[in-house]
Design a protein around this ligand. Structure first.
Ligand code: PHE
Length: 503
């Protein structure tokens, strides 16, 4: 029988795949406008602190949770304690809901890429309400992602990430170089983006930076557990985590350098409105429009880059659900990926309709408690659920497994044995006390802002979902097999877990 490899073949493959998950719309879209809005360099400074204090620690913990169990998030938590397996179910539910709205935005990026040569200026109003087109592009986007996932972790996700991530970086560098060489307006653009202003940062800005760090690093859900579960001894997870965090932050920072000098040069009147969500689908197309002939090429490259970023992110989201289907139901990978994507697609259709009518046109229509579906799902997952789930991973390492044991395991599971003792000591304190405390602050303020903003249903839906996961877990999963990576090998044939570990 042909040998099948389950898992990443190389350390760099894992880093690029995880970086592919992390680098997404959050980097190329939200980071630049949030920085400009919340005090420029002051925001960047706080953001970097969040990456170090919360992001790095949480990511390392999540990757380790997956790596030590070689299994999906439910089994990974179950291996710590049978009664906390439900945390893993929450960690699988979140990516499902995020995929549903992320796919709609991914559909927009595909449309804008293909339409670059006809011009995207002003199309948002007509495109977003064209239900057929929005649904079609959402479908195309999902299809592109699952074709990759169906080929497997090594042959699909890893191979594609190795091609797409360098491509993304080269395109980004080319656009940054182009932008910075424009001459007039460059200074104004840079100062608009980065001029430090601690007054406009405020507590709101700090919270926004914390939330942004979570989302951008793909933390607080099963992704890093799932990807971590596919790593073997060749992967040094401490170094990999550092590289993923660094790359993700670098791309986000560079995205602002690519965008604002060009806006200031070609259409300075647009600067003020580029501080908001309208940035990439409404403002930038106008800027590309005023670039003349070169505009369509820059637009094509820019949106192709955004599409690449979004596809590698959505791949990681769907993979979490796919892995669970494979391991729990012993279904073949192709069928699992198709079912996962089909379910997400079904939910993404009303989200797409609602985004056009309620979110962009602000007419009444398909809404959930006064919010368009996308905003509702985004706030349920991003604001309320992701910090809770990140808290689970830190508590699992900090209080259940214990930092000392976790570090020992990390050393045993890696060829590069010793972890620097200072780093180990800092990590131990962080994962046990400081990071959970900071995450708790994010959670409390997030919930408070939802309630103050009149969005109590968002909070109820989020905690309701956790309650449902707990109940389902104790009824269906606690005393049943929930599978490991070995199950995929059993279904598809291939090498054993032991031989996998040795690679
Ligand atoms: N990290 C991705 C981004 O920055 C988004 C994402 C969030 C992807 C959560 C997967 C999971 O856009």
């Amino acid at each position: 029988m042909a040998k099948k490899k389950i898992g990443f073949a190389s350390g760099i493959g894992f880093i690029l795949a995880a970086a592919g998950s992390a680098v997404g719309l959050g980097n190329l879209w939200s980071f630049p406008y949030k920085t400009a809005k919340n005090g420029g360099a002051a925001f960047v400074f706080v953001y970097i602190a969040c990456v170090l204090l919360i992001g790095f620690v949480t990511m390392l913990s999540e990757i380790h949770l997956g790596k030590r169990a070689h299994a999906n998030p439910i089994t990974s938590y179950k291996k710590i304690n049978k009664n906390v397996g439900w945390c893993g179910l929450v960690a699988i539910a979140i990516p499902f809901f995020i995929t549903c709205y992320y796919a709609v935005l991914g559909g927009y990026t595909v449309k804008y890429t293909l339409n670059s040569f006809s011009g995207n200026a002003g199309i948002l109003g007509t495109f977003s309400v064209n239900v057929g087109e929005v649904t079609l592009y959402t479908g195309i986007f999902l299809l592109l992602a699952i074709i990759v996932i169906m080929s497997g972790v090594k042959e699909g996700i890893e191979k594609m990430s190795k091609i797409l991530m360098p491509a993304l970086f080269v395109i980004l560098l080319a656009i940054v170089a182009y932008s910075l060489c424009l001459g007039e307006g460059v200074k104004e653009g840079l100062s608009f983006y980065l001029n430090p202003d601690f007054k406009s940062l405020g507590i709101q800005g700090v919270l926004s930076a914390m939330g942004q760090a979570f989302f951008s690093l793909s933390l607080g859900m099963g992704i890093m557990i799932t990807y971590g579960s596919y790593t073997g001894k060749e992967t040094n997870i401490v170094r990999s985590t550092a590289m993923i965090c660094l790359f993700d932050t670098l791309v986000a920072f560079l995205a602002g350098l690519a965008i604002f000098p060009a806006v200031a040069h070609f259409d300075p009147t647009m600067l003020e409105s580029s501080k908001g969500v309208a940035l990439i689908f409404a403002i930038l197309p106008e800027v590309f429009d005023s670039m003349g002939v070169l505009g369509s090429i820059v637009s094509f490259l820019f949106f192709a880059m955004v599409t690449i970023a979004a596809i590698t992110s959505v791949m990681s989201l769907i993979e979490v659900v796919t892995q669970f289907f494979i391991q729990k139901f012993h279904a073949p990978r192709k069928r699992s990926a198709l079912v996962a994507a089909a379910l997400c697609f079904a939910v993404s259709v009303p989200i797409g309709i609602s985004l056009g009518k309620v979110g962009i046109l602000e007419e009444s229509g398909l809404n959930l408690f006064g919010l368009d579906w996308l905003t509702f799902f985004d706030e349920v997952t991003n604001t309320v659920l992701m910090p809770v789930c990140a808290l689970f991973s830190c508590l699992a390492i900090g209080w259940f497994i214990g930092p000392k044991n976790a570090i020992k395991e990390m050393e045993e599971h890696s060829d590069k044995k010793k972890i620097n003792s200072v780093l180990a000591a800092v990590y131990s304190v962080m994962v046990k006390f400081i990071t959970p405390a900071l995450i708790l602050i994010v959670e409390v303020f997030g919930v408070k802002s939802e309630i103050d903003g009149g969005n109590a249903p968002v909070v109820i839906a989020a905690y309701g979902l956790i309650a449902v996961c707990v109940i389902l877990y104790f009824i269906f999963f606690r005393n049943a097999e929930t599978g490991t990576n070995n199950d995929e090998i059993a279904v598809d044939g291939g090498r054993t877990l032991e031989s996998f570990n040795e690679v």
